[in-house]
Design a binder for this molecule. Structure first.
Ligand SMILES: [Fe+2]
Ligand SMILES: [Fe+2]
Length: 480
């Protein structure tokens, strides 16, 4: 009976059966499922696969492998306890209700551990029900832990939300935490550039809206203004690249992948590439960085946060973020969001590689030289920033790499992966910026040595000497 393959039963399936794309309609955030409402399918009951489980989002049912016992245990469906039903306000999460809420990423949710109080409620959606799980007066580490554990459950169907009307308060809380982190960071390393860190913090707020909430007109407006502000401010800052490169290793929780890709690529466009790109183009590149992984909002948490290497099937799922991103951005553009079409193209192309070894289509070379098979120059810039950022960041399965080590690794794969006319100035530029930061640090350290007091008041000098002797014993007098 159990041959390890699922039998799929179609219910009201419109059009030809497409098992290749079936997984896309299960366990995905609601906004990614637009267009497939009302469709459904079930799995053979004797299979060790939990119906409704996010474990089952394989691209091709013939490649489905049964879960082992441990996986089955961990993929139990999230059940709302009676005590929760008594304690919390619960209501139906229909389409109209969901319009009033904004999903938030786990990265942002983690910031709530660092504040003593909140002025908004935290909601979780479990299947079709919305629960007001933490009210402002109830914030506690225990309840935060419940929400965290529920949203990480492999079985899926659980998402964390904030009411849209409360989002400004939520952003205010985030910016408070970020400012505190920036201050602590600058205390640890005063040579870092404060302005760069502040711009990065603003950009992170916008980037997180994309990652969890999807792209719409309002999000696009926020991203556009954050990107324009950043391009304006980063014109000639020779410490921006190195500050970001070092910051990631010192405070990993301040890190935001898309915001850093946006900043790295803007610096490349404005400072490293010859000829330097005009202001308008740099603004579009910044947006390309912000949106390049927009399709990840359609990849289930269980894969996005997997603490280990992907299986081949999981990697296939992960790869589709490029098509999802392209589709989502094109939809947003059609609906009037202020995004250039080239941004959607870059979301699709950012994993293509210069010699054709990338995905999704294996494009190669420069679009300027080969409009049919070539990769757009913005995609070639973003792919370098993307790889650099990924190497710098800390992951469950890998440590954060120092900037020099990340560059070394990139240099090894550069002949296959990157356009040499962009990569070389990038690597040179990063090294110059790191050197400039090092010099600034050396100067600061030189100027903050021990402070000596020259005092005419002998009484005070004797007093200091006496205190020292009490602490360390009498000083030995040199014989004249
Ligand atoms: Fe990506
Ligand atoms: Fe990326």
């Amino acid at each position: 009976m159990n041959d390890g393959k699922a039998l799929l039963f179609k219910r009201n399936w419109p059009g030809p059966f497409d098992s290749e794309k079936l997984w896309r309609f299960r366990g995905l955030p609601r906004h990614c499922r637009t267009g497939c409402r009302g469709w459904g399918f079930t799995f053979r009951a004797d299979l060790p696969i939990i119906p409704g489980s996010r474990s089952f989002f394989c691209a091709n049912w013939e490649r489905v492998t049964p879960l082992d016992n441990k996986q089955i245990q961990s993929s139990k469906k999230f059940i709302i306890k009676d005590s929760t039903r008594k304690r919390c306000k619960i209501f139906n999460a229909d389409e109209a209700t969901l319009q009033q809420f904004r999903p938030i990423s786990l990265e942002l949710f983690a910031y709530l551990w660092e504040v003593p109080t909140i002025e908004f409620s935290i909601y979780i959606r479990v299947e079709e029900e919305m629960i007001e799980y933490i009210r402002p007066s109830e914030l506690s580490a225990e309840l935060l832990q419940h929400v965290w554990a529920a949203s990480l459950k492999d079985s899926g169907g659980v998402e964390v939300f904030i009411a849209k009307k409360d989002y400004p308060k939520f952003e205010h809380t985030l910016s408070y935490v970020r400012t505190r982190k920036i201050n602590a960071l600058l205390e640890k390393d005063p040579s870092l550039d404060r302005k760069t860190l502040e711009i990065f913090s603003d950009l992170s707020g916008a980037s997180q809206m994309v990652l969890r909430g999807g792209v719409n007109k309002q999000v696009a407006e926020r991203v556009k203004s954050a990107a324009a502000f950043m391009v304006n401010q980063l014109m000639a800052n020779d410490l921006a690249m190195s500050t970001l490169s070092r910051m990631i290793a010192i405070v990993p929780t301040l890190y935001d992948h898309s915001a850093s890709v946006a900043m790295f690529s803007t610096i490349m466009a404005k400072q490293y590439i010859d000829p330097k790109l005009p202001f308008k183009d740099a603004e579009i590149i910044a947006q390309c960085g912000m949106y390049h992984d927009a399709g990840k909002s359609c990849i289930p948490n269980a894969i996005l946060n997997k603490p280990g290497a992907f299986t081949p099937d999981e990697f296939e799922v992960m790869k589709t973020h490029v098509q999802f991103g392209h589709k989502e951005l094109m939809n947003a553009i059609t609906n009037g969001a202020p995004i250039d079409e080239i941004v959607a193209r870059v979301a699709l192309e950012h994993h293509e590689r210069f010699t054709g070894k990338g995905y999704p289509t294996g494009k190669r070379g420069r679009w300027e030289e080969d409009p049919e098979l070539g990769i757009h120059v913005y995609s070639r810039i973003i792919s370098i920033a993307d790889a650099y950022s990924a190497l710098l960041m800390k992951r469950v399965y890998k440590p954060a790499l120092p900037a020099e080590k990340a560059l070394e690794l990139m240099e090894r794969s550069a002949p296959d992966d990157f356009d040499p006319e962009i990569f070389k100035p990038f690597a040179d530029g990063v090294r110059v910026s790191l050197e400039t930061l090092k010099k600034k640090k050396a100067v600061l350290e030189k100027n903050t040595g021990a402070i000596y007091m020259i005092d005419a008041d002998e009484k005070l000098v004797k007093q200091i000497q006496k205190t020292r002797e009490q602490n360390t014993g009498p000083s030995v007098k040199k014989s004249s």
